[in-house]
Design a protein around this ligand. Sequence first.
Ligand code: GRF
Length: 223
Amino acid sequence: MRLCVLISGNGSNLQALIDARDQGQIELDIVTVISNRADARGLEKAGRAGIPTTILEHQGFADRNDFDRALTVLISAGKPDLVMLAGFMRIVGPGVLDHFQGRIINLHPSLLPLYRGTDTYQRALDAGDNEHGASIHFVTGELDGGPVISQVRIPVLPGENKDSLADRLAPMEHRLVVATVGFITRHRVECRNTSVFVDEIKLTLPLQLQSDDTLTRYTASGS
Ligand code: GRF
């Protein structure tokens, strides 16, 4: 599978994919990494792994449509089967989505549909939630609103603050990203309207990451 990864920052999820590729865990060709920020530390990680990188800063464009057009051209050049937004802090517009419909996924740090948008950790704490987590979903025109493929859940601990919650969630996100991209390479995972189909069977709830890093259909007992 040919994968294009879009980043804006640290790129720790990109690194998790690189490591999984290098260890032969996933059959993956990471064809390109695109960042909308020149100072994204993930660019160095891609460079060290021998992956071609491109910086596309939105400041250089007259408007969002122009940026989206340039982004579409860049992504298309790598002929990816899948595009992953891994900490890409910019809304992907309809111009891009039209081209890669059903082939763009995003990692979001909440148990969607809870807490779309930013500051998810504090919002979960403020709501008194006893669990938090991360989701991977197909990207649609609705911000963090596309059909959810997979999730990982962690308990909220007593005395937790948003930094500790984010720190504990990060390694679980890495595992979720690797498991989900691996799953997509091995199964037929499709986005049809507002639903995800796996091997032709509709998911009623997102796949859940288990402690052995497998993804299973959700059951109330968590098994
Ligand atoms: C992750 O927490 C992800 O959930 C959010 O941005 C962060 C990206 O981290 N969308 P990194 O750049 O992969 O380290």
